[in-house]
Design a protein around this ligand. Structure first.
Ligand code: SF4
Ligand code: SF4
Ligand code: SF4
Length: 332
């Protein structure tokens, strides 16, 4: 087996033809690891019959590969079943958080994000029926509280889950393009179990989680989650500089993230023209207008993602979020 084994691994996560993804695999998996990964999904016994390797060796390698983020496990009636990371997103998020990841590994990932990801994201956008992530608004910026559904509320996600873990933001960890806080990503429920078991995140109380959300809002980070009304595995707190999703949306209109069901609205009578909101908006959705010598902010509905970051810092409370999309906008 030579380099082609790593090309096969890249192919397995739908990255055929990538120059960098095989190199990333090669940095953290030797050829025996690669052989095991190619034999997945399966139980230890199934991998043994496919590879001819000793079951003790498979067992210990699979444990290491789990820590590296290359293998995921699930309990099945026939025993523990293992599978390889299913796509680029899982490979990215899970391997970057591995405690043994080196700076060289981070740098190669960042090279991938700059050289190959922009073109690959075009394929991802076409492949998905709906963007895989969605903005969640800052709740207190929505005056009509009855319009806020569970799927619109980070507070409810935290209230309802049985467990929360805190991890580092994988995008900022490798990109370093801004000075925003790095340890602010929340994993909830099963995702928290997973990250705690791997040692890539630490369990935190719900109160601590609420403080992290507040800190993220103050720092100007956008709450983003899975684009489903009934599934919550993470609350990312994203910036427009380092994120794998937002800069492509801002610069190229690539739709890998849906807006929230809300949109900012400015009451021009209350606006004092201070322009604080302009600096808070990653999406360039706010412009200043001048009428009769009075300057005031105007929202571009095409660009507004309904995050609420502008509204929480408006000194005159001139901005509110209003509902503009129905419940059905968020996939069930
Ligand atoms: S998606 Fe956002 S919060 Fe999540 S890892 Fe990337 S920048 Fe960080
Ligand atoms: S922050 Fe508020 S007061 Fe200042 S320009 Fe924006 S809307 Fe107007
Ligand atoms: S105008 Fe910008 S900051 Fe305000 S809610 Fe819309 S996207 Fe967010």
């Amino acid at each position: 087996m030579g380099k082609e084994v790593y090309e096969k691994l890249a192919e397995k996560i739908l990255c055929k033809g990538s120059k960098i993804i095989p190199q990333l695999f090669e940095m953290i998996a030797d050829e025996t690891d690669a052989k095991i990964l190619l034999a997945l999904p399966g139980t230890i016994a199934e991998v043994k019959s496919r590879t001819g390797l000793d079951d003790k060796e498979i067992e210990s390698r699979v444990q290491e590969l789990f820590k590296k983020g290359l293998v995921f496990k699930s309990k099945k009636p026939e025993g523990l079943k293992y599978r390889m990371c299913r796509d680029l997103g899982q490979f990215h998020d899970a391997s970057i958080l591995w405690s043994g990841a080196t700076q060289e590994f981070y740098d190669l990932w960042q090279r991938y994000m700059e050289e190959e990801w922009p073109a690959y994201s075009v394929f991802v956008e076409k492949f998905l029926k709906k963007p895989f992530t969605r903005v969640i608004p800052i709740e207190k910026t929505i005056p009509a509280r009855n319009q806020v559904l569970s799927s619109d509320s980070v507070q409810e996600i935290i209230d309802k889950t049985y467990r929360v873990a805190l991890t580092k933001c994988t995008c900022r960890l490798i990109a370093h393009k801004c000075d925003k806080p790095v340890e602010v990503c929340l994993q909830v429920g099963k995702a928290a179990d997973y990250t705690i078991e791997r040692g890539t995140g630490r369990e935190i109380s719900k109160d601590e989680a609420r403080k992290i959300l507040h800190l993220a809002e103050e720092a100007g980070l956008v709450h983003i989650t899975v684009n489903k009304a009934s599934e919550f595995t993470f609350i990312c707190n994203c910036c427009g500089d380092c994120c794998q999703v937002l800069p492509l949306l801002i610069k190229e209109g690539r739709k890998l993230c849906d807006p929230s069901r809300f949109q900012a609205k400015v009451n021009k009578e209350d606006c004092n023209g201070c322009e604080i909101c302009l600096e808070r908006c990653w999406f360039k959705a706010i412009q200043m207008k001048n009428e009769n010598g009075n300057s005031f902010a105007v929202i571009n509905p095409e660009k507004c993602m309904g995050c609420g970051l502008c509204a929480i810092k408006c000194p005159t409370q001139a901005i509110q979020l209003i509902q503009v999309r129905e419940k059905e906008f968020v996939p069930a």
